[in-house]
Design a protein around this ligand. Structure first.
Ligand SMILES: *[C@@H]1O[C@H](CO)[C@@H](O)[C@H](O)[C@H]1NC(C)=O
Ligand SMILES: *[C@@H]1O[C@H](CO)[C@@H](O)[C@H](O)[C@H]1NC(C)=O
Ligand SMILES: *[C@@H]1O[C@H](CO)[C@@H](O)[C@H](O)[C@H]1NC(C)=O
Ligand SMILES: *[C@@H]1O[C@H](CO)[C@@H](O)[C@H](O)[C@H]1NC(C)=O
Length: 254
């Protein structure tokens, strides 16, 4: 039911003179989440944005050019290097999304990360991905040239709570058969989280002030309505009594 209600509500807002820039922005996400992939990987881009039900209204843009897919998911079964670039999407009731950058690399190994910029305390997730997921063993993840984690069988590497010390240049290496292969290195940055201590207390009073303002306004409007309704009722009953009085009086005056 709500799937129907949301677009209907949005349509009402639109017809009530809402400007295009007030519409929500669509959001592109990747499945799997990696924005760096190897050739022949399978990638699905998903567009989240309000639209009317039963309508293929999604527009996809690759490097600014409209592509033919109108489905809310854009599926690439086997990516090529020329699929690299910027993807954006848009629906009838959303404006064009921010871009998602897809990088298609060639080679045996690629270090993938859930993000390249983390906040302190975030979980870092790294993956040493081999071409066509070829079995890889004796895998080392290295930070600034030093071994940080070793797995006999290839596994994802998690750092549960990132600290600025985890920033640096990372790559991974291992054996495919007896061949020693390495990925290119990538930079990972962990920024100190200053927002947690400063924004919440600033945000809360602001929110409370506006909440109180709304309550005061509602009360004022309500009270105003009450008195004007009461006055109207009183004057109309007075009019009615006067009429009755006149009516009952009139015959006697004749
Ligand atoms: C909309 O998409 C569905 C499933 O993707 C498809 O079966 C249908 O033909 C499409 N309709 C139009 C009008 O393109
Ligand atoms: C990539 O190149 C191939 C041919 O080499 C072509 O068929 C395909 O449409 C291209 N894809 C894009 C997104 O340009
Ligand atoms: C791969 O080669 C590097 C040197 O280039 C070496 O340090 C490393 O131990 C080798 N890895 C394995 C698993 O043999
Ligand atoms: C990583 O950062 C260093 C400096 O901190 C820079 O010289 C290097 O080009 C960066 N590498 C990549 C792949 O961005």
């Amino acid at each position: 039911m709500w799937q129907l209600l949301l677009p209907t509500a949005l349509l009402l807002l639109v017809s009530a003179g809402m400007r295009a820039e007030d519409l929500p922005k669509a959001v592109v996400s990747l499945e799997p989440q990696w924005n760096r992939v190897l050739e022949k990987d399978c990638v699905t881009l998903k567009c989240r944005g309000a639209s009317l039900p039963e309508e293929n209204s999604t527009q996809w843009f690759h490097n600014g050019k409209l592509i033919s897919s109108q489905d809310s998911s854009y599926f690439i079964a086997s990516v090529r290097v020329n699929d690299s670039g910027e993807y954006r999407c848009q629906t009838h009731l959303s404006i064009r999304s921010d871009p998602v950058q897809l990088e298609v690399h060639t080679g045996w190994l690629l270090l993938q990360a859930s993000q390249w910029m983390y906040k302190e305390g975030d979980r870092i997730h790294l993956r040493c991905h081999s071409w066509r997921s070829t079995p890889l063993h004796k895998v080392t993840y290295l930070q600034n040239g030093k071994g940080k984690k070793y797995f006999h069988q290839n596994s994802d590497f998690y750092i549960p709570k990132a600290t600025p010390k985890d920033s640096g240049s990372y790559f991974c290496r291992g054996l495919i058969g007896s061949k020693n292969v390495s990925s290119e290195s990538v930079n990972i940055t962990v920024i100190q989280d200053l927002t947690m201590s400063s924004t919440s207390p600033v945000f809360l009073p602001g929110y409370q002030v506006s909440f109180c303002l709304v309550m005061v306004l509602l009360f004022a409007v309500d009270t105003g309505l009450y008195f004007s309704v009461k006055r109207n009722i009183r004057s109309s009953t007075r009019d009615w009594k006067d009429h009755k009085f006149k009516w009952s009086k009139d015959p006697q005056e004749k």
